[in-house]
Design a protein around this ligand. Sequence first.
Ligand SMILES: *Cc1c(COP(=O)(O)O)cnc(C)c1O
Length: 400
Amino acid sequence: MPGFEIFGEEEKKEILEVLDTGVLFRYEFPEQRKGIYKVKQFEENFASYCGTSHAQAVTSGSTALKVALTALGVGPGDEVITQGFTFVATWEAIFEVGAVPVFTEVDETMNMDPEDLKNKITDKTACIIPVHMLGAQANVEEIVKIAAEHNIPVLEDTAQATGGHIGGKYLGTFGSCGTFSFDSVKTMTTGEGGMIITGDEELWRTMSEYHDHGHDHIPNPGARGGEGRRFIGFNYRMMEIQGAIGIAQLAKLPYMIEAQKKTKSRLLETIAEIPGSGVRKLMDPEGDTATFCCFTLQDREQCSRVNEVLRAEGFGAINFAENTWHFYPAWEHILAGSTPIKSGWPFAEPGGKRRVVYDPTALPKSAELIGRTLVYPVPVKMPEDRLDAMCNALRKAKNA
Ligand SMILES: *Cc1c(COP(=O)(O)O)cnc(C)c1O
């Protein structure tokens, strides 16, 4: 998964170009920066890589979701549908804009179940956020079709699947917009950082202005201080150093995905020897980023036994039913409505009335699937002897 494995001369060179100008801000300083606009370049490269027209860099994958939701006009009174298996940030962003998260089951893709989505749409649904979890595609074409029937925009949370595609069409370009994260454990990283892509110029313009206090970025004699604004905004700007690192990391992304694919296919070959094992459904194996290797066992008991053997061999896998950050029944703070805000917002209205109550047993299908699924993050660099040892551990788990 991690771009941090392959930092090298390319990143250093890009960073030094920024330090040589001394301009860390993405706007302004036209003379001093000598034509160097790293964040802008990163945006252009990223949009072009994904085959779309516009990209907006921001401070994180979380703020990318918030900026995108805001630009789509989502706010208090709205419901946003996402999946119950995701990183908690997807839900947090929905709360951040004042809307309420509604969640669906996941299907064999480990992502939003389009059938359950149909059950969850109401006249309050203002946006649908499928998440391309663990490096691979949600059934996004079906989801976009259902959303279109109801005239609801789709925002693809692509934080974990940068570079993934379906039939050559890049994830993040199926819906109205797609968001990405470059935090320190994502496939490509800028330490912290995020991106939103869209083919809709007007939507991009709204994001660009909102993420920078409403600045309209129209050159005028007063320079930045003289710019106009159409609406209130906030500050989610990316720094030039992050843009510089992003340029170097994006150039390495195809190599990273290829390397991960090789390792993953070795692992899957070995996993297939475990009786009763299955693989995660991929919408397009070619377009998998291979950032994670997921496999299922017959039931939770077999899954625990297999993982016990793997742990004893030093190769324990992640079982997301045991992890506390990615599946909502383990989010005790959200279930309890814990917030530092005295009024109880966003879980309670200003008068104290509870806005949302979440039932931890509401997604039996997801719980069953996640409970018998094991997941390995796939490194970019995997020494041959370590991969052999991992495959040996998997073989030892065959009769667990
Ligand atoms: C990492 C992640 C985010 C948040 O990204 P940050 O850059 O860490 O804020 C959002 N959604 C998903 C699915 C993620 O994995």
